[in-house]
Design a protein around this ligand. Sequence first.
Ligand SMILES: C=CC1=C(C)c2cc3[nH]c(cc4nc(cc5[nH]c(cc1n2)c(C)c5CCC(=O)O)C(CCC(=O)O)=C4C)c(C)c3C=C
Ligand SMILES: [Fe+2]
Length: 367
Amino acid sequence: MNSGLMYSVSSPSSASPSSTSTATAALTHRNSRLPMLLPRPISSSLRLQCCSAFHVDASLNFYPSKTHAGSKCSLRLSGEQSLCSQQQHDKCAWPLRALVTSTAQDIPITSLIANEKVGVLLLNLGGPETLDDVQPFLFNLFADPDIIRLPRSFRFLQKPLAQFISVVRAPKSKEGYASIGGGSPLRQITDAQASCELTLPTNAEALKKSLWEKNVPAKVYVGMRYWHPFTEEAIEQIKRDGITKLVVLPLYPQFSISTSGSSLRLLESIFREDEYLVNMQHTVIPSWYQREGYITAMANLIEKEVLKFETPDKVVIFFSAHGVPIAYVEEAGDPYKAEMEECVDLIMDELEKRQITSPYTLAYQVL
Ligand SMILES: C=CC1=C(C)c2cc3[nH]c(cc4nc(cc5[nH]c(cc1n2)c(C)c5CCC(=O)O)C(CCC(=O)O)=C4C)c(C)c3C=C
Ligand SMILES: [Fe+2]
């Protein structure tokens, strides 16, 4: 499946290139004063350094992309460490698998969380809810050094520059938001994903409902990076609720410095300062574009549309992805491009299995 090196951070001697399973794991961190989460300037070596600072109970797998240039970070449980057999695999809830440690192999999932208060923190970008929110939202976005990178000696200009760009950009952005009803739908959609309070056609399985059905009475929180409910607000609620185990799930399927990276970096700084959070066991799902459920869902959507044509084989499937600055990918090692390309390959493989062999292309939107 992949030919890269396996690094078992908690016990390097158990690392074996052949011991991968398809179960996605995550970074698990417990009782460490060291900050959690993902790489700062993202490069393979820094990732390793950063990840090895955690008490990670799963194997960390860095490997070059099968078909594309660039590197990616993927976290998988080794075969021996996986709590679930392959048949059980789909029945196990992923957050629990993520929380499972190598020392807890034979303990039933329910007893792992019996006396725990489990929380899931969904991270997303956030968006202006009204047209008046647009300029301050843009300010927050451009004030983020993961969005606009200034050389260290010019960092003092970050906020004045953010102010300037947000004011200049606001009229065009407002036009866009006005055309979709006067604000971003992102908060509503994310809330729906979190708690199933809203019923959206594409949202049959909201996370909270799904976890409760699996006997995991988890509380689900939403933390936005640039608008309400801000990540800081979600963290305050998590503390008030006395959560003892937290799964952090960025809602971006592919990892990018500018999206999940930015949110995780913010979280890292919040955790570093806070005694309660530093001591809370937590786990991060850095990306999930390769998960079977996601690939199947994407293939289902595409299949439905392609089959509406009389000659599906002649229909070109156009994948449109958000762009990121080339320097992020080529210099800072952002895995976004590689992950996006692998994701498209996986979707196309799935479609091929369904006898859909349409040509396809992937394009990145200009920022
Ligand atoms: C200028 C730099 C930007 C980078 C880099 C960037 C990366 C990036 N963004 C998304 C997803 C979304 N971005 C959204 C809005 C948005 N993004 C930028 C700039 C960058 N994004 C701006 C200025 C804006 C505001 C809207 C505008 O003026 O065009 C949104 C929409 C949020 C909402 O309101 O609902 C999303 C979603 C990804 C996935 C990504 C890198 C992979
Ligand atoms: Fe964006």
